[in-house]
Design a protein around this ligand. Structure first.
Ligand code: NAP
Length: 318
C-alpha cells in the first residue's frame, strides 16, 4: 500500500537524528500534511497529552522515531530511564495510533534487540532466542516490547503496524556530546578535539576489536519511507548495510577524515559491548532496497556538518 501524498503524516521525534531526515524527505516528496510536535510541545511520556493529540489530529501514517537514545555509557548508567521512558513513549504512540484509526505506523527498534551470542549475520528469526547484551538490556527490552506491540496490534486488531531494526545510525544532526553519544559521533567529536588541541594521542573505550555496522542517516530515512510504502508484514525487518568494520578500523577512518595524525590507544578496562551485531539484510534487499552511502563518504558528510555546526574547543568553526 503506497502512502498517498495527500495523507496526514505524523513524524514523532522530528527534531532527532533520524526523524529530521524523514521529515525533510517527506517534505521534498510533496507530503504537505505533516504533523509534528517538539518534545516541549508534546511530552510523549504523558499518556493524557498524547491521547488528546491523537484525538485532535488523527494522523493517518506515523513514523515512531521518538525515543530516549544513547551510546553504551548512557544505556548502562541510566538503565531505569531507558526502560521507563521508552516503554511510555512507544506504548502511547502505538496504542493511540490504533485507538484513533491510524492506517499505518512504523516503529524503529534497534540492533541491540538480538541475543548477545547470536549466530551472525543476525536474521530476523533470531529474535528472542537468547540472553541480551547486559549493558543495554533495558533499552533492548523496551524495543522488543515495541516490536511485539506492533505485531500484537496487527494480530488482534488487524492494525498495519510494522517494525524496522536499524543498524547504528550516524550523520548530520547527531548527538556529539561525547558522554551520551553513539560510536561514530563520539569518534568525530574526540578526534576533532584532539586535532584542535594538537594532541599526540587519542584513547578510546574498549579493545577496538568489536565489529560494528553503521548506516548513514539518509539511507535509513530512505528505508523508512520505502517500508512505509511497501512493507505490510507484522514481522520486524532489518535495515543496514550488511557490512561491518572493527571499532579500530572506524576510528582509523574518522582519524583520516579529521586529519588526526597521532596514535590511537584503547582502554581495555572499559566495556566493549556486544562483540558483533551485523544485520542480515537479505529480506529488505529482496524487496528492492539497498543502502547508497558507503562509510568513507558518510563520514566525510558527517564531519563536514560537524565542522559547520558544532563548536569544538580551540577550533574555529567555519
Ligand atoms: N541513533 C542510532 O544509532 C539508532 C540506532 C538504531 C535505532 N535507533 C532508533 O531510531 C529512532 C530515532 O533515533 P535517533 O537517533 O534519531 O534519536 P534522537 O536523535 O535522540 O532523537 C529522538 C527524538 O525523540 C524526541 N523525544 C525523546 N523523548 C521524547 C519525549 N518524551 N517526548 C517527545 N519527544 C521525545 C527527541 O526530542 P528532544 O531531543 O527534544 O528530546 C528527538 O526529537 C529511535 O527509536 C532509536 O531507538 C537509533
Amino acid at each position: 500500500m503506497v502512502m498517498p501524498r495527500s495523507s496526514k503524516v505524523y513524524v514523532a521525534g522530528h527534531t532527532g537524528l533520524v526523524g529530521s531526515v524523514i521529515t525533510r524527505k517527506l517534505k521534498a516528496g510533496g507530503y504537505d500534511h505533516l504533523v509534528v510536535r517538539s518534545h516541549a510541545e508534546l511530552d510523549l511520556e504523558n499518556q493524557g497529552a498524547v491521547e488528546r493529540f491523537f484525538e485532535k489530529e488523527r494522523p493517518e501514517y506515523i513514523f515512531a522515531a521518538a525515543a530516549k537514545v544513547g551510546g553504551i555509557h548512557a544505556n548502562n548508567t541510566y538503565r531505569a530511564e531507558f526502560l521507563y521512558k521508552n516503554l511510555q513513549i512507544q506504548n502511547n504512540l502505538i496504542h493511540f495510533a490504533w485507538k484513533y484509526g491510524a492506517k499505518k505506523l512504523l516503529f524503529l527498534a534497534s540492533n541491540c534487540v538480538y541475543p548477545k551470542e547470536s549466530v551472525q549475520p543476525l536474521k530476523e528469526e533470531y529474535l528472542l532466542t537468547g540472553l541480551l547484551e547486559p549493558t543495554n538490556e533495558p533499552y533492548a527490552v523496551a524495543k522488543i516490547a515495541g516490536m511485539k506491540m506492533c505485531e500484537s496490534y496487527n494480530r488482534q486488531y488487524g492494525a498495519n503496524f510494522i517494525s524496522a531494526i536499524p543498524a547504528n545510525v550516524y550523520g548530520p544532526n547527531d548527538n556529539y556530546d561525547s558522554m551520551n553519544s553513539h560510536l561514530v559521533a563520539a569518534l568525530i567529536a574526540k578526534f576533532d578535539h584532539a586535532v584542535a588541541n594538537k594532541d599526540k594521542q587519542v584513547e578510546l573505550w574498549g579493545t577496538g576489536k568489536p565489529l560494528r555496522e553503521v548506516i548513514y542517516v539518509d539511507d535509513l530515512a530512505d528505508a523508512c519511507l520505502f517500508l512505509m510504502h511497501s512493507y505490510d508484514e507484522s514481522a520486524p525487518i532489518n535495515v543496514g548495510t550488511g557490512k561491518d568494520f572493527s571499532v579500530r578500523e572506524i576510528a582509523g577512518m574518522v582519524g583520516d577524515v579529521t586529519g588526526f595524525q597521532g596514535d590511537v590507544t584503547f582502554d581495555s578496562s572499559k566495556p566493549d559491548g556486544m562483540y558483533r551485531k551485523l544485520l542480515d539484510v537479505s529480506r529488505i534487499h529482496k524487496l528492492g532496497w539497498v543502502h547508497k552511502t558507503e562509510l568513507n563518504q558518510g563520514l566525510q558528510l558527517a564531519y563536514d556538518w560537524f565542522r559547520k555546526h558544532v563548536k569544538s574547543s580551540g577550533r574555529t568553526v567555519t
